[in-house]
Design a protein around this ligand. Structure first.
Ligand SMILES: C[S@@+](CC[C@H](N)C(=O)[O-])C[C@H]1O[C@@H](n2cnc3c(N)ncnc32)[C@H](O)[C@@H]1O
Length: 562
């Protein structure tokens, strides 16, 4: 396909997506619409978003099956519109569902009148159609999650689909299961391990496109005069001697050889408006966008700081287990997010993860949970909440289709829905607010900007926070500021700059701190005392590639020469 053919195909698919999204806004419990949109997402090469729609459709098939479920009536009513037809999306799976006794039952002869009979017949037909639709959901979930690299989830959905079609064996589900198996063996070969594995060991983290979705109208033009004026108004209180400016930065990639050809891009940075003395505070920021992954950890629910003694800490009077370090934090929480989760039993979600990697992922899930609580309480769209609106998500242009955002079915689809359900929010009716692409965009913003603190007990990251002003300052391995987060994020001008001379002579290496007017505030996202290779590895997560600061370039060149 030529470039222009491809562009018009994409434009057509985007138009279809919009039409289906509008239709879902009018009929949010319609399984068929979700399935149709899932197929459009798959065609647009967003398998993650296809999985999200197929999973919502699958949840609605359960709602139709069980009359006691919360959205039974709505899902049944939406499905009843299709009775007497076979929606195109179900044609190929129509014959796969085994008939159950109730499908073949004669109509109830004791039914009082014909209209009651019609209703009962309609419900049975809708429940049969829901079982058919569920097979389509399993097919889409299996195939799309495999494409996202979430092999375990893909395998599980194939198994569930095959069980639902037994004794028939759906060819598509069998094929996807075979593909999962082939991919698992390929990966094991690559790792030099034998090809035997148990399905429970299948890798379940993948990656998906990290971009400002073409339909995302919430992302501001961050370098416009209005955006800069808004950010500078905030900065006037937090960092009175600084201002935000648009600046040109190199595009960083995971390959040093390509790094010099990556080009540049316009981003934001923080600059001194006037001289700042060595040791002087530069920025002081309070953020409620925090997370704590230990269930019984004594951290303030609002600011994440270690709690003071019991007599000083403040408990929420309604859900006694939520504790704040003082009245200020309690009041801020009440004002900005807490009522949305108070007494909602969300406390145990993503807590006490088993290993260090899960601990990291759990913190991102919990940051998402906090942001969703802020949005719900403030009645704002999640992407418009102050704490995230202006954050750069390290997005890659849509055309490049690079899968740079870590993704799992649990973290990006199932757990957010679980959190929203616990918060008594309707995950179907408010699709535009809580769609998977919204969660993905939020994760993209958190991934490059969250700072975490490790537990003194076992060294695992257990508290994290996003500070939206602090994270506007760019990284350099020769920073002119240091920072510390303990309830407030504090940035101050370094007393002394790093040793750049590559000599061991401490006196020769000494360079005084302090920042001159117009100089950029150079932050650090990794431990700058590490050797260059380790620094680059550590910072690459939040930089989106290899650090190319002058110090890294000098030290890497010296290492090659040595
Ligand atoms: C925490 S943000 C820093 C503020 C960001 N420049 C902005 O516009 O909001 C981190 C992102 O800034 C960019 N960045 C920060 N330091 C950089 C550096 N030394 N070289 C190139 N890009 C950098 C990277 O894109 C990184 O993902």
């Amino acid at each position: 396909m030529g470039e222009s053919d491809n562009a018009s195909r994409v434009a057509e698919l985007l138009e279809q997506r919009q039409q289906l999204t509008d239709a879902l806004a009018d009929s949010p419990y319609d399984i068929i619409l979700y399935l149709r949109r899932a197929v459009v997402y798959a065609d647009l090469d967003y398998p993650d978003l296809a999985s999200g729609d197929a999973y919502r459709a699958l949840l609605l098939t359960d709602e139709i099956s069980d009359e006691s479920f919360e959205y039974h009536e709505q899902a049944y009513e939406a499905m009843s519109m299709y009775v007497g037809t076979v929606p195109g999306i179900l044609v190929e799976v129509e014959d796969l569902v085994p008939a159950t006794a109730s499908d073949n039952d004669d109509k109830d002869e004791t039914a009082p009148d014909a209209s009651d009979e019609d209703v009962a017949g309609d419900l049975q037909e809708c429940q049969r159609m829901a079982r058919v639709a569920a097979i389509r959901c399993y097919q889409i979930l299996g195939a799309s999650l495999l494409l996202c690299g979430c092999l375990r989830s893909a395998y599980d959905f194939c198994q569930r689909g095959l069980a639902a079609t037994a004794p028939a064996q759906d060819k598509e589900l069998l094929q996807t299961k075979e593909n999962v198996d082939a991919e698992a063996r390929r990966r094991l070969r690559e790792l030099g391990r034998g090809e035997d594995y148990s399905p429970t060991e299948l890798p379940n983290r993948g990656s998906v496109r990290r971009e400002v979705y073409p339909w995302n109208t919430y992302e501001p033009n961050r370098s416009s005069p209005e955006s800069l004026a808004y950010l500078n108004e905030l900065l006037a209180t937090a960092a009175p001697k600084c201002e935000v400016r648009a600046t040109e930065l190199p595009v960083l990639v995971e390959d040093v050889a390509a790094a010099t050809t990556g080009g540049t891009c316009i981003q934001l940075g923080v600059f001194a408006k006037e001289d700042i003395a060595a040791g002087e505070p530069v920025l002081r920021e309070y953020s409620l966008l925090t997370a704590n992954n230990r269930l019984k950890e004594s951290a303030c629910d609002a600011c994440g700081m270690q709690l003071p003694s019991i007599d000083k800490a403040v408990n929420c009077p309604d859900c006694y287990d939520t504790v704040f370090c003082d009245d200020f934090c309690f009041e801020q929480a009440q004002e900005r997010y807490h009522p949305a989760v108070c007494e909602k039993d969300v406390d145990t979600i993503a807590k006490d993860p088993e290993n260090a990697r899960d601990a990291d992922d759990a913190l991102y899930v919990l940051l998402l949970a906090r942001l969703l609580a802020m949005a719900a309480h403030q009645e704002a769209h999640p992407l418009e909440v102050d704490e995230v609106k202006f954050i750069w998500g390290d997005f890659i242009t849509t055309e490049n289709r690079v899968a740079a955002l870590p993704f799992s079915f649990e973290a990006n689809i199932a757990t957010p829905l679980h959190i929203l359900e616990k918060m008594d929010l309707d995950v179907f009716a408010e699709l535009d607010v809580y769609d998977v692409w919204v969660c993905n965009t939020l994760y993209a913003k958190f991934r490059g900007t969250a700072s975490a603190r490790k537990s003194r007990r076992d060294g695992r990251p257990d508290v994290a926070a996003v500070h939206p002003l602090w994270c506007l300052a760019n990284h350099d391995c020769d920073p002119n500021v240091s920072w510390e987060w303990g309830g407030r994020m504090v940035l101050w001008a370094k007393e002394e700059r790093a040793n750049l001379t590559l000599t061991q002579d401490k006196d020769a290496a000494k360079r005084p701190g302090g920042i001159k007017a117009d100089q950029e505030i150079l932050n650090h996202y990794c431990d700058i005392n590490l050797p260059v290779q380790q620094r680059r590895e550590w910072a690459s997560g939040s930089l989106g590639g290899w650090c190319m600061c002058q110090r890294c370039q000098n030290e890497a060149a010296a290492a090659v020469e040595a």
